[in-house]
Write a protein that binds this ligand. Structure first.
Ligand code: SF4
Length: 344
């Protein structure tokens, strides 16, 4: 039976109707789960005892198990969540001035093989279902509810390539965006891809106000292909027109992610090449300081070079910021906690 977390409000009403139950039960359940934060049928006192007893088999409702939790001094919380089949995924709460963002994983492992990434150390086992992604957000919401806070932003940037699990990710977005469910505004949702062109094209046609981020990490095909095997399939000279097309079709500003690796892609020539590549595009660059992972030989760019890189972009008219760092006293690199647990 499908999980309650796999439906938007409308879908839930239809499902219940098809099961011979009243559609309004769907409204009541959404209210309990998403507005009141109750993740168990027993305390739903406005439902009859008989309904409460039959619901667990008709419509299972549970959150993933918190297998590990790391709390950083800056308020970042990293969860290693265990799904029903025993798969473990990372979910992170990041605190910004403007709200609480949850970084969601979209797959168990990742097969994209980016050279600098801890998540890719464990190959993809499967894509996560929309319900499992909703479960990640609710697991964080449950923690935030203790202090009467709420999840305001969702970024699909954890382990996995979201566009490699396109249907489930889109369904997940519809559920969390639903005003009767989590009510996360589309403009507060960001999906990040390493550059799967067919899906970028499809995403541009969805008519969503959701943000797109491209993990670029290099401004030349040669360098990018060394860091990201996906560039072998979808080279830069095809990717850039697809991104320009996306911007034109969606009217949305693109986020360009660029992880700074010492002596690899952080020189002033690299900055100039990046500025040339992005000139005229409605975008901004998010420069990401690298979190060293012991299995990888890359090093972090010194601060002075990060600043120089950013200034070089700004001087050339490219909007750029350095991403705020989170949880530097815990396993900060994406995928690090899970890889460590698996090693154990
Ligand atoms: S950076 Fe993203 S796409 Fe690349 S291996 Fe890591 S999780 Fe996969």
């Amino acid at each position: 039976m499908p999980s309650l977390l796999s439906f938007t409000r409308e879908e839930l009403r239809d499902f219940l109707k098809n099961q011979g139950r009243p559609a309004y039960l769907g409204d009541q359940l959404c209210d309990w789960v998403y507005k009141k934060g109750v993740y168990d049928y027993a305390p739903m006192t406005n439902l009859s005892k008989a309904v409460r007893e039959e619901l667990p088999s008709l419509l299972p409702l549970s959150l993933p198990k918190v297998f590990r939790r790391q709390d950083a001094k800056d308020g970042t919380i990293k969860l290693l969540l265990e799904m029903e089949d025993g798969s473990k995924v990372e979910t992170v709460l990041m605190r910004y001035d403007y709200g609480n963002a949850v970084c969601v994983s979209s797959e168990v492992g990742c097969s994209m093989g980016c050279a600098f990434c801890a998540s890719g150390l464990l190959k993809k086992e499967r894509g996560l279902t929309a319900a499992e992604m909703v479960g990640q957000v609710l697991s964080v919401q449950k923690i935030l509810s203790e202090t009467k806070e709420r999840v305001s932003h969702v970024v699909i940037m954890g382990t996995g390539e979201p566009f490699d699990n396109y249907e489930e990710v889109m369904h997940f977005i519809r559920i969390i965006n639903d005003p009767k469910c989590l009510e996360i505004g589309a403009r507060h949702i960001t999906v990040s891809t390493c550059g799967l062109i067919p899906q970028i094209e499809r995403f541009g046609k969805e008519g969503l106000q959701v943000n797109l981020a491209i993990s670029l990490h290099a401004a030349t095909q040669e360098k990018r292909a060394r860091l990201m095997p996906v560039a072998g399939f979808y080279p830069l000279d095809k990717l850039m027109p697809a991104l320009k097309n996306y911007i034109e079709e969606s009217g949305r500003r693109l986020t360009v992610e660029y992880i700074l690796l010492k002596d690899v892609n952080d020189s002033l020539e690299d900055a100039k090449a990046l500025a040339d590549l992005l000139r005229g595009m409605l975008c901004y660059v998010n420069l990401i300081p690298f979190n060293p992972v012991c299995e990888k030989s890359f090093e972090r760019s010194p601060q002075i070079r990060v600043r120089a890189f950013k200034d070089a972009l700004l001087k050339r008219g490219i909007n750029a910021t350095v991403r705020k760092e989170f949880g530097t006293d815990i396993d900060a690199a994406c995928g690090q906690l899970r890889a460590k647990e698996n090693k154990k």
